[in-house]
Design a protein around this ligand. Structure first.
Ligand code: NAD
Length: 378
């Protein structure tokens, strides 16, 4: 199908060769019109490489009538003001994850996008990867029955050098550590699989890094549909590993990713799908010999891949949504749930109690304010 190219502005470059303008430049059905960054060298590099206009002030870029959509790839504290300004200027918005620093900010961004009838999407590209989307399909088709519980472990390794970009290790500029930066990807997948979250009970900590934000997250998440499970997440462990176990009434899913220490992009991905010949409640009622009576069929898939951050599906769907022929991979309205979970973990850890979702917006702003000033610590 022929699609009229979407005219993009990119705010936040990060890297001339491999940064966000390059992603847009290489995506079909886009036209990169202008870029913006406070780093003049990056702007000049992009102007030369892509033959586009460059700005040091995002407000100037947003004044251009020929830009239809913006990709906001900025430190977290800037997502809110820049997304609001872009929407008020009539631009469709693709904002990198998390949608904002706090759910209160996210509420306002979503409201303005709705009022202006503009597309608002959040950069959760993992939904577009087969490894994850197959799980959504299996659950939706009822192949493992009702998903009773899950275990999710994702451990990564970041050193103090990672926090040399000052915004990343700073409550005011990032809104937290791994609980809002890396782990929102997994909170989004869990929301995608199980629906709206209901309650979070957890602990965030930092043991070794010289920043005040979290590097370890442990806890329980319960969803409105009744699914509940545990998460254990960190950026203090090496080598990187991802493990997901979902136990349903009619079957189980086990997924594992092992990342090679010398190249984290080289991954061994394994998915095991087990389907019982009847359901767990039936076995519990009728089996006399326990596990010996339970029969099942098991399939195992394993692949070794070189996995770069693949935003193909994210962008393809965003472009089509702008042209009115598809929906975003993750809309703003959906993208807020991962942030609800993230903010709830912080609140739960500070208050040492389970937190109901939606969280109390004003209470969270107050607690975050105290964390930012160092009046309370994790
Ligand atoms: N989806 C993913 O897998 C993924 C991966 C990495 C980062 N991210 C997200 O992308 C965003 C950026 O993260 P990063 O690690 O690339 O950060 P970064 O610090 O490497 O890049 C951010 C860029 O924004 C620029 N910038 C800062 N303030 C600005 C301003 N006022 N106006 C214009 N430009 C400004 C910086 O100079 C820098 O070039 C964050 O939201 C992060 O969570 C997403």
């Amino acid at each position: 199908m022929k699609i009229e190219p979407v005219r993009f502005g990119v705010i936040g470059i990060a890297d001339v060769e491999l940064g966000y303008p390059d992603v847009i430049y290489k995506t079909p059905n886009t036209e990169l019109i202008a870029v913006c960054d406070i780093n003049e060298k990056l702007v000049e590099g992009c102007k030369e490489k892509y033959k586009v206009d460059g700005y040091l002030d995002y407000k100037e870029l947003l004044k251009r009538d020929d830009i239809e959509a913006v990709y906001i790839a900025l430190p977290h504290y800037l997502h809110y003001p820049v997304a609001i300004e872009a929407l008020l200027r009539g631009k469709h918005v693709l904002v990198e994850k998390p949608i904002a620093k706090t759910v209160k900010e996210a509420d306002e961004i979503i409201k303005i996008a709705e009022e202006k009838n503009l597309i608002l999407a959040v950069g959760f590209q993992s939904r577009g990867l087969k490894f994850h989307s197959q799980i959504k399909e299996i659950i939706e088709k009822g192949e493992i029955g009702f998903p009773i519980r899950f275990i999710l472990e994702d451990v990564k390794f970041r050193t103090n050098a990672y926090f040399s970009k000052k915004w990343r290790g700073n409550w005011q500029l990032s809104g937290g550590g791994c609980v809002i930066n890396q782990m929102v990807h997994y909170f989004d997948l869990l929301y995608w699989y199980f629906g709206k979250p209901k309650e979070v009970y957890g602990k965030i900590k930092n043991l070794f890094h010289n920043v005040p934000v979290d590097t370890l997250v442990n806890g329980i998440i319960e969803f409105e549909n009744g699914t509940n499970g545990v998460v254990s997440l960190s950026i203090t462990d090496c080598p990187h590993t991802f493990y997901l176990e979902i136990r349903g009434t009619k079957g189980n899913i086990l997924q594992k990713i092992e990342m090679c220490q010398d190249n984290p992009n080289r991954q061994i991905k394994k998915t095991e799908i087990l389907k019982f010949t009847t359901s767990i409640p039936d076995w519990i009622k009728n089996c006399e010999r326990g596990m010996k009576d339970v029969s099942y069929v098991k399939n195992v898939f394993e692949e070794e891949v070189i996995e770069f951050k693949n935003r193909d599906v994210l962008l393809e769907k965003f472009i089509k949504a702008v042209r009115g022929i598809d929906k975003p991979l993750c809309s703003g309205k959906e993208g807020i749930y991962s942030l609800e979970i993230s903010n709830a973990f912080v609140l739960s850890s500070i208050k040492r109690m389970p937190i109901k979702i939606p969280i109390d917006r004003d209470e969270y702003e107050e607690i975050l304010n105290k964390l930012e000033k160092g009046e309370i610590k994790i």
